[in-house]
Design a protein around this ligand. Structure first.
Ligand code: EPU
Length: 460
């Protein structure tokens, strides 16, 4: 009989979660995984040292560090918690056993081509959430003069000189935009990217490259203009907080009927998510670089339809968590996944716990509220894992999450954060939170720095 301590992780990657209590407390949000990975790749564009702080300790950043080592770069953990990366000499082949373990390794294609003039890395296969093609990356790099051919397992690329080009994406692609940016900063001449992805992590990469001496215009918009420069230099950078981690804990607080202060977490990037939570009857209070979420356990959660979209739309990486929340709402909600064709792997697992959900193509009909019960479930990917943790926290009894290692790929110390920081803290540990009645959130955009009813960044 396994040890069933709540939120205790076993060696075989089974996570045991005991549900039935609201999350109450405060939690500090870590750095963004999806910003750290391309920023680490960008660090290879110079022979000078780079210093990165707020890189989250998650399995995917560990893996990127291992890849950098095999390429000949050096990384060092510094005493203040930051990481230094130096890549004086660089090989251009990413070993299959490392590259294949993480799809984001594809961003090394643009970085290695720009720095070394060649790259060989394993092709990312289709995975659980969809086909996840990369033809737009390849088309863009070819337009810049790269000669790329595919073997059965690898991309093999060569470019004596990358030349600026006009790259038009059919659909904004996050790692595709990052790949073209990484190639363009050292290319000869001007590159224009139309219909670029503008997720906060894409912006963070661009801002880091500007610190290294790159010339990038239009950061935060869907049209980027990059003037290539002959070389880049070392820089220091603090990775942005992970708005997806913050969104996950915000949804968890709402689902369990709790009260959580999300520290180190500017709410601006979560605008769409917070507006949905507000419509569902969840109270949100905005502070400077932090925000709080509260729902009284006995106040009903309203069903609110949602469709995912590229930034600034509702992030696909929070769809599974939101669906778990809607299993607790009072009525039917319709959830549509427009970015990935197969991102409902969590649904059969939620149904095993008692959720009532019907999937029709890219749309889910969720009938709430459901009394969930703990049982054995299988974690199919990072975000589904987070959704199952949320469902487990709402459920009666203990849920066993198998293959919980997926969660470690994207959430730093989830067990410690939920266990120590969120559970069992008395409400008095939240000074200043919810001291005023929250107002409606439907009066306009979140404006950084604008004074609002709850402090510096009011939603109203
Ligand atoms: N697509 C194509 N062709 C391409 C590129 C993309 O058809 O050449 C399609 C994909 O199949 C998908 C859509 O475009 O349907 C969007 O894919 P995108 O390329 O934007 O996704 P990605 O770059 O592979 C990143 C994140 C994902 C996140 C998506 C969407 C990283 C390392 N990964 O993936 O994050 O879901 O953007 O925002 O940044 C996660 O963190 O759990 C995660 C999966």
């Amino acid at each position: 009989m396994p040890n069933r301590r709540p939120l205790h992780r076993q060696r075989d990657h089974v996570l045991y979660v005991e549900g039935g209590r609201p999350l109450v407390g405060r939690v500090c949000i870590s750095g963004s995984k999806n910003a750290s990975l391309p920023v680490m790749a960008a660090s290879l564009l110079t022979a000078e040292p780079v210093r990165l702080s707020n890189v989250p300790e998650v399995a995917d950043t560990d893996l990127m560090r291992d890849i950098i080592h095999t390429l000949g770069g050096r990384t060092r953990a510094l005493s203040d918690g930051s990481m230094s990366i130096v890549a004086r000499e660089l090989k251009s082949q990413v070993p299959e056993h490392l590259g294949r373990r993480m799809r984001a390794s594809i961003v090394l294609l643009g970085a290695l081509l720009a720095r070394t003039g060649s790259a060989r890395l394993p092709k990312p296969g289709g995975d659980e959430i969809g086909a996840r093609r990369v033809e737009q990356h390849i088309r863009g790099l070819r337009a810049m003069g790269a000669d790329i051919h595919e073997t059965r397992s690898d991309f093999v690329a060569r470019a004596r000189r990358l030349i600026g080009a006009r790259v038009v994406f059919d659909l904004p692609t996050v790692t595709g935009t990052e790949n073209i940016i990484l190639a363009a900063v050292l290319a000869e001449g001007r590159t224009e990217i139309f219909n670029a992805a503008r997720e906060p992590h894409v912006q963070d990469l661009a801002r880091f490259l500007v610190k290294m001496g790159a010339q990038i215009h239009g950061i935060g918009t869907d049209e980027l203009v990059i003037e290539g420069v002959p070389r880049l230099h070392g820089a220091e950078h603090r990775i942005i907080p992970d708005y997806l981690e913050a969104g996950t804990y915000a949804i968890a607080a709402a689902a369990t009927g709790g009260e959580v202060l999300l520290e180190c977490s500017p709410p601006e990037d979560l605008r769409q998510v917070l507006l949905k939570l507000d419509q569902a009857g969840v109270e949100i209070e905005i502070g400077e670089g932090e925000f709080a979420v509260r729902r009284h356990r006995r106040s009903a959660l309203r069903p609110v339809d949602m469709g995912t979209w590229v930034h600034p739309g509702f992030p696909t990486d929070l769809q599974a968590q939101y669906l778990a929340l809607m299993t607790q709402a009072d009525g039917e909600s319709v959830i549509s996944e427009y970015l990935f064709e197969n991102r409902y792997q969590h649904v059969p697992e939620l149904m095993r716990m008692g959720a009532r959900v019907k999937v029709e193509g890219r749309t889910c009909f969720v009938h709430g509220p459901s009394a969930l019960s703990g049982t054995d479930v299988m974690v199919p990917d990072i975000r589904s894992g987070a959704a199952l943790v949320i469902a487990a926290l709402c459920a009666r009894g203990v849920t066993e999450l198998h293959h919980a290692w997926h969660v470690d790929r994207g959430y730093q110390d989830l067990v410690g954060k939920l266990g120590k920081n969120l559970r069992f803290l008395p409400r008095t540990h939240l000074p200043g939170c919810f001291s005023r009645r929250p107002q409606r959130l439907d009066h306009g955009p979140i404006r950084p720095g604008a004074a609002g009813p709850y402090g510096h960044n009011g939603l109203a």
